[in-house]
Design a protein around this ligand. Sequence first.
Ligand SMILES: [Zn+2]
Length: 281
Amino acid sequence: MRWIGGRESSNVDDRRGLSTGGVVAGGGIIGVIVIVLRLLLGGGGGSDEIQTPDQTRQMTVEEKAADDERAKFVKVVLGYTEDVWDELFAQQGKQYQHPTLVLYRSRVQSACGFASSATGPFYCPGDQELYIDLSFYEELKDRFQAPGDFAMAYVEAHEVGHHVQKLLGIAAKMDNLRQQLSEGEYNKYSVMIELQADFFAGVWAHHAQQMKNILEAGDVDEALNAATAIGDDRIQQQSQGYIVPESFTHGTSKQRYYWFKKGFDSGDMNQGDTFHDPSLQ
Ligand SMILES: [Zn+2]
């Protein structure tokens, strides 16, 4: 992705240097509406976060430089999401309110509860902030075999997609449903909301390309590969050796690929109604 020299968003709360020591991280994510990029095993929920020892080891100079480079990258990507969504909202006579990106290390407190790096990047509708531990970059590459800067850009744009849903009132509708439905029934809606966030990530990529010519050869494949790598079926198969479709909350690899691509190919926000798509009923 072409990003060096791009505008870095100023809506960033950089907490990487802050210590989170002394706070017990038990209880996992207590917020009921936190929408996470699912990295842990499917199903369940309510699992306690694994308490990692305080990561107080000092970074080497090289690690620090790499970390700062990634911070720059996600700030530029955030800036690009602002430029695109500003424009798309304006076209509908609306105003896009910019979310804040919180950069953290190891653990973080959000309005959705306490989270750790194991949660993966997430968006909290309660404070309208995106949370990213930059070590996820490595995790994408090593654990999910989804390397490349545009894989990371897709993940970030997906979280921004949840913010768009919040602004459009979709998140509030989901909250109502969550209170009315059993967990099993709600999972189906969770998949719809996640696939729509993938779709919005694709819409963003489409317009970012048109506005700024950001894509280099292989970038779209990096995003599609990442979308495939974090499908529920793929993750469950790898982590537990079998899949439980009823427990899916983010969609299969194929679905995630499909919706990102649909957004990217069309660039049309109106084609992302996952809630009425026959294949998802
Ligand atoms: Zn999500």
